[in-house]
Design a protein around this ligand. Structure first.
Ligand code: GLN
Length: 488
């Protein structure tokens, strides 16, 4: 009971819409510096319960707010995100600011540069309040793998916020930030968005530069926004998207005005519903909520038809082979020499490497390095890693065939609503299996949005996942907006 009372208080203040806040600032009804201070006061009040922020970047945020106030005072035109308070997942680097990736091994690491998304947000006038908690190196679905303690779900503080970007999702849900950035490798934006009742966007692979992202699995990692509504998430994406010479995988495709696209009615769009995503293991209340969402799309003038994605059942093993293989390579750089933690037990060089890694990494990260190294080792490479790459291609082709018939595909984001803290920590396999609806789109490189779609009887949020093809973000936003407008 206590937790329910606490949650109501935590959720009491909803963030204002981005455009409304911006108007208050541009029309001098409110100072950016006052708004930032108001957010810091709220963080001080609520963060001890939620553990959503790991560190605050107050000096930098207030200096940026003062710049915005100076522009307003001079009557200069203001950029798109002028004065908007943001939270940044702690896998994204900010110059001189603690960047831990939720790991003890990066304690004390202060990067010498800014991630491209950080530069873009600040150039657009955003105020970056601080860094948010996450599963260690973004590996997890509940935020319980953070070396700095779990984040609590603002809707029920006895439950997980989802992961790995749980701190960013919780921060937006509790109005500790108007919008936030997270990363999604196999669901880490979409799933916490669904657990916390906010909008989360996984852009197409390459749509947003990964420069300055502490890598987990480089062929899967995406950076994307969380916001309180679809239009705000679309606005943020239009700021962070676009080619970047510092990331060779970033796409040269032009950036659309996603907010304007999200204003377009969904009428006439063809929506695919894959039976494979509504099978065994799906919670009844989640199914009912998503079915109400589908009915709302029909009512908005969409045509709804079945599509088939028959290899979906291979997605979880494929993902956990590829992601761990890439992680084992990416995490080799944390050796006690170049970054962060070094074990004091360092009699020899090789003892220093192994003690630093043993003491610096948590259990889940070690499990994945072992799995990934095994999948890549001589003799097993063909059976595991190469096979997984072949299945990945089949899964991607299957999506592309479906998108020849429909404009978007809708599914539940997660088979269950937010679960209790500790419920799955002893059973990593059940934690992996819960990623069933998000990992396939990650492997295929396509884009997706999780949009709130009602609540369970116990009052927990449910998310609908809207998938669209490569660079189909505008379509995904239109569909998500129609679900949001139905107010399910
Ligand atoms: N839950 C998935 C995992 O543990 C996805 C994580 C992510 O997207 N970063 O790998």
């Amino acid at each position: 009971m206590a937790s329910v009372t606490k949650s109501a208080e935590i959720l009491a203040e909803k963030p204002k819409e981005l455009a409304a806040l911006r108007a208050e600032i541009t029309e001098s009804r409110r100072k950016a510096s006052e708004l930032a201070s108001e957010y810091y006061r709220r963080i001080e009040r609520k963060n001890p319960q939620l553990n959503a922020f790991l560190s605050l970047t107050r000096e930098r945020a207030l200096a940026q707010a003062a710049r915005i106030d100076a522009l307003t005072a001079r009557g200069d035109p203001l950029p798109l995100l002028a004065g908007i308070p943001f939270a940044i997942k702690d896998v994204l680097v900010m110059r001189g600011a603690a960047s831990t990736a939720g790991s003890k091994i990066l304690q004390g690491y202060r990067p010498p540069y800014d991630a491209t998304v950080v530069t873009r947000l600040e150039s657009a006038g955003a105020i970056l309040l601080g860094k948010t908690n996450c599963d260690e190196f973004a590996m997890g679905s509940s935020n319980e793998n953070s070396a700095y303690g779990p984040v609590r779900n603002p809707w029920d503080t006895e439950r997980v916020p989802g992961g790995s970007s749980g701190g960013s999702a919780a921060a937006v849900a509790a109005n500790l930030a108007v919008a936030a950035l997270g990363t999604d490798t196999g669901g880490s934006i979409r799933q916490p968005a669904s657990f916390c009742g906010v909008v989360g966007v996984m852009p197409t692979y390459g749509r947003v530069s990964r420069y300055g992202l502490i890598a987990f699995a480089s062929s899967l990692d995406r950076i994307g926004p969380f916001a309180g509504n679809v239009r705000d998430a679309a606005t943020v994406l239009s700021v962070i998207a676009g080619h970047d010479p510092c990331d060779a995988t970033s796409l040269r495709a032009p950036v659309e005005d996603y907010a304007a696209a999200s204003d377009q009615p969904a009428e006439g769009l063809r929506i695919g519903v894959p039976g494979e995503y509504f099978a065994e293991g799906l919670d009844d209340e989640v199914r009912a909520a998503v079915e109400r969402g589908i009915a709302a799309l029909r009512a908005a003038g969409c045509t709804v038809k079945p599509v088939h994605l028959p290899h979906t059942r291979y997605a979880v093993p494929t993902y956990y082979l590829i992601a761990t293989a890439e992680a084992s390579a990416n995490l080799a750089r944390f050796d006690g020499v170049r970054y962060g933690y070094r074990s004091p037990r360092s009699e020899t060089l090789s003892a220093m490497y192994s003690h630093s890694r043993d003491e610096g990494f948590g259990a889940e990260v070690k499990r994945r390095i072992l799995l990934g190294t095994y999948a890549l080792s001589a003799g097993y490479y063909e059976a595991y890693y190469r096979k997984a790459q072949q299945v990945r291609r089949i899964l991607a082709d299957e999506f592309l065939r479906a998108f020849a018939q429909v404009d978007a595909i809708v599914t539940p984001t997660s088979p269950v609503p937010a679960f209790k803290l500790g419920e799955k920590t002893d059973d990593p396999l059940s934690m992996y299996l819960a990623d069933i609806y998000t990992v396939t789109a990650s492997l295929a490189g396509i884009c997706g949005v999780s949009v709130p779609c009602g609540t369970t009887r116990a009052g927990l949020p449910v998310g609908m996942q809207v998938l669209a093809t490569h660079l189909g973000e505008s379509t995904a936003f239109r569909v998500a907006r129609a679900v949001e407008a139905a107010g399910i």
